[in-house]
Design a binder for this molecule. Structure first.
Ligand code: UDP
Ligand code: LCN
Length: 833
């Protein structure tokens, strides 16, 4: 639908008079209450009030207004006009102004639309010609963009196709890039002897002849010296076969570039050895932390990601014929007096990966107190500085790739990457802006508590600094037909009174890539597998589920052990809706007769929680148990802060032929969903967010609508009724769920893609360095002039005065004769990595 200027209601001549009248009455209803922002359901409700005749309503819905309403995300009413934001496809927005008196239609730009919207919230500011307009798009208008909604998130493939043209036009740029490859001072791939595309092309042909005469398994070392004389360094492969293959691919690229070969070649180049991953918020630890505030799936994600990346790097380094050791550092906050007070900690299941913890420092020294993710911003600049010094020391040089996580980690990653000129990736996990309705327009109301102005500014900075953006699902970037995606909601928006974002991010940007995480296969494997672990912990889980007593770990009990169990596990946040699920269950007699319910999350004493939401959820759960007399069919188990037995839990539930139910109001991705499916447990999960993409409804599991409790609980009950009649019914969904995971959600697929992206986007960045620099300068100004001022409004915490503690055990072995840099290197060696 292309909106052009004209008039509404001209589309249906035979009913024109009446239809125009109805449209007019409807628009008049919208403007009746004066200036306001309207949501789609309000628009439809009011339309139904005005036009109560079904046939007439149908006519309106078939006409121009109906078409607009079908795709409207919101409308702004500024009498006598109503402006509709029309989104026919993900990423494609139009702004349609309709005059309620004469039904004239005008297409607006996003900036015009934002200005009208601002009138509702801050009229003086909206009318000021000199307010700050943020326009990141103005800086990269020459960079190519994807054009189809369906291609969003396929950036790597697109970039490879563009690289084909670049190499075709300027092969020398590829040669120059290869000449720049090195690690720890050792040149890789080629040296100055091969400094032109012509020379390289010829030498590759000669090398091919030479290699053809060698046995395929001849190690690279056997011809390394000769190759060096010719201008070829190590990194092509571990033996004659692999070297020949890699050289062939490059030869073909230099002769006739094509995107498949470019993709293959960049997957092979030795570019990434050392990776830094920032995850600042929450408690980043390997045990006893899961379920604590701000400590959710991102910790699980990163620990699994590190294992997978290290494995992939080791594999690649080996096949490149190199003997370097990769290093991965997860850099987080050191929180004294907690589980996270160790500066350096090897990551279990890896050989070369470690957690590095850096404390927050204020003018009073090291901050000991916990800091919520909403208040974290004032500490980040100093944190980055301290972390950078330490990282450079430990790695004895710059990392090759920096990956940020969440707003805070992404900001720190951007600051460090910009300073040192390093390829940077960001992972949002969940962007806060979409979680709270109108959090942008009403930012002033929210700011005292949530500091969204700092957060959204930080998000804009990092998403624009990143060389590539890792998203877990398509919907994270661009939503679906009905709803805008998390990144998409940053395309254009306004913080009235602060700044207007006319172009924040473009979801057609090829930096976006969908790379879904997986579930640790050593923990989350099918319930049919004969793994020793399962047997080992079974009595423990049996007690947790079925013992008839109540204690600090569980309350409620299950009388009928033969019934299947429906199970849910999450942090005890309102958004996770565990109390919602409990209420659905409580109210649905059929479901109660068919299955038992087990909930894992939170703890029982609300007075012990520091989190308002958690406290209210705990209280609500207690009252539901009482109100609906759930004991006998229901078990509530406290949060499992140690993750190792989670797999056994899911498998145990699968053994009862039960189901995992994820009822969240919104879930950005949902690691629990893939954990459950990986164990072969049939899964029902929210249709809002990632799970809607993970599960194919009615094939590999089921979608449920958290806003429709009756429909959802009946869907679960129907399933168990069918299972009773057909014992194979359950197996079908279990098997399909497993298949879906194996095809799309494994850490192996993830690691392979991320390293490929690191290699390819590093070259893309190199090719576009002037543009990158210009954008960085803009971002830097935005950071200095906006972000730093906003952050000053967030109070920095100071520790509660206490009697002086005993002198802290030094984390770093003091070395009086040496400077700071040397000290931290010592500490690194001291920890034996
Ligand atoms: N988890 C846990 N114990 C709990 C609750 C959750 O170990 O009591 C783990 C769960 O197995 C999953 C992660 O925490 O790995 C939660 O990730 P998810 O993506 O589902 O949600 P998030 O907490 O990130 O919003
Ligand atoms: C944050 C969330 O809210 C979850 O939905 C994700 O699964 C988790 O991070 C890991 O990305």
């Amino acid at each position: 639908m292309e909106v052009t200027s004209g008039s509404l209601g001209n589309g249906i001549p035979e009913a024109m008079g009446e239809n125009r009248g109805n449209i007019k009455r409807c628009l008049e209803k919208y403007i009746e209450m004066g200036r306001r922002v309207m949501k789609p359901n309000q628009l439809m409700d009011e339309l139904e009030i005005v036009i109560n005749d079904v046939t007439q309503r149908r006519l309106v819905m078939e006409g121009d207004l109906g078409k607009i309403l079908c795709f409207t995300q919101e409308a702004v009413v500024i009498p006598p006009n109503v402006v509709f934001t029309v989104r026919e496809n993900p990423g494609n927005w139009q702004y349609v102004k309709v005059n309620s008196s004469n039904l004239s239609v005008e297409a607006l730009t996003s900036t015009q639309y934002l200005k009208l919207k601002e009138l509702i919230f801050d009229e003086n500011w909206a009318k000021d010609e000199n307010v700050l307009e943020v326009d990141f798009g103005a800086l990269d208008f020459t960079l190519p963009r994807l054009s189809l909604s369906s291609s969003i998130g396929n950036g790597l493939r697109f970039v490879c196709s563009k690289l084909r043209d670049c190499v075709n036009d300027k092969p020398q740029s590829l040669v120059d890039y290869l000449l720049s490859l090195e690690h720890q001072g050792e040149k890789l791939m080629i040296n100055e002897t091969q400094n032109t595309a012509k020379k390289l092309e010829m030498s590759l042909i000669l090398a091919d002849v030479f290699l053809s005469e060698l046995p395929k398994d001849t190690p690279f070392q056997a011809f390394e010296l000769r190759f060096k004389e010719w201008g070829f360094e190590k990194g092509w492969g571990e033996n004659a076969r692999r070297v020949k293959e890699t050289m062939r691919i490059l030869s073909e690229i230099l002769q006739a570039p094509d995107s498949v070969n470019i993709d293959r070649f960049f997957a092979r180049i030795p570019r990434i050895f050392n990776v830094v991953i920032f995850s600042v918020r929450g408690y980043f630890g390997q045990t006893d932390v899961f379920g604590l505030p701000d400590t959710g799936g991102q910790v699980v994600y990163i620990l699994d990601q590190v294992k997978a990346l290290e494995k992939e790097l080791l594999h690649r380094i080996n096949s490149q014929g190199l003997n370097f050791k990769p290093q991965i550092l997860v850099v987080t906050r050191l929180i004294p007096d907690t589980k996270c007070n160790q500066e350096f900690e090897p990551i279990i299941g890896t050989k070369h990966s470690n957690i590095l913890r850096i404390p927050f420092v204020t003018e009073n020294g090291i901050l000991r107190r916990w800091v919520s993710r909403f208040d974290i911003y004032p500490y980040l600049e100093r944190f980055t500085k301290d972390a950078t010094t330490k990282i450079l020391d430990i790695l004895e040089g710059k990392p090759d790739l920096i990956i940020g996580n969440y707003t805070d980690g992404n900001l720190v990653a951007s600051l460090m990457a910009n300073k040192l000129g390093i390829t940077q990736a960001t992972i949002a996990h969940a962007l806060e802006k979409t979680k709270y309705e109108d959090s942008d327009l009403k930012w002033k109301e929210f700011d005292l508590k949530y500091h969204f102005s700092s957060q959204f500014t930080a998000d804009l900075i990092s998403m624009n600094s990143a060389d590539f953006i890792i998203a877990s699902t398509y919907q994270e970037i661009a939503g679906n037909k009905e709803k805008a995606g998390q990144y998409e909601s940053h395309t254009s928006f306004t913080l009235p009174g602060l700044y207007r974002v006319v172009s924040g991010i473009n979801v057609f940007d090829p930096r976006f890539n969908i790379v879904a995480p997986g579930a640790d296969e050593s923990m989350y494997f099918p319930f049919t597998s004969q793994d020793g672990n399962f047997i080992k912990f079974y009595p423990y889980i049996d007690e947790l589920l079925y013992s008839q007593n109540e204690n600090d770990e569980h309350i409620g009990y299950l009388v009928d052990k033969k019934k299947p169990i429906i199970f849910s596990m999450a942090r005890f946040d309102v958004v996770k809706n565990l109390t919602g699920l409990t209420e659905w269950y409580a109210k649905n007699k059929r479901l109660r007769d068919l299955v038992n319910l087990v909930i894992v999350g939170g703890f029982f004493d609300p007075s012990k929680s520091k989190d308002r939401e958690e406290t209210s959820e705990i209280k609500k759960m207690h009252s539901l148990i009482e109100k609906y007399q759930l004991k006998g069919q229901f078990r509530w188990i406290t949060a499992k802060t140690v993750q190792t037995r989670n797999g056994d839990f899911y498998r145990c539930i699968a053994d009862t032929r039960g189901a995992f139910v994820q009822p969240a109001h919104y879930e950005a991705f949902g690691l629990t969903v893939i954990e459950a499916m990986s164990c072969g447990l049939v899964t029902f999960a929210t249709k809002h967010g990632g799970p809607a993409e993970i599960i194919v409804d009615g094939v590999s599991g089921f979608h449920i609508d958290p806003s429709n409790d009756e429909e959802s609980s009946n869907k679960i009950a129907d399933f168990f009724e069918k299972c009773k009649m057909d014992p194979n019914y359950w197996n079908m969904f279990s098997t399909e769920g497993l298949q879906r995971i194996n095809e799309c959600y494994t850490w192996k697929i993830y690691a392979n893609k991320v390293i490929n992206m690191g290699n390819t986007y590093s070259y893309w960045r190199y090719l576009n360095k002037d543009q990158k620099l210009a954008k960085q300068r803009y971002i830097q100004s935005f950071y200095n002039l906006q972000y730093r001022n906003l952050v000053k409004t967030i109070p920095m915490l100071s520790d509660i005065p206490q009697p002086p503690p005993p002198p802290p055990k030094p984390l770093i072995k003091p070395s009086p004769s040496k400077g700071k840099r040397t000290q931290s290197r010592l500490s690194f060696k001291m920890f034996g990595a």
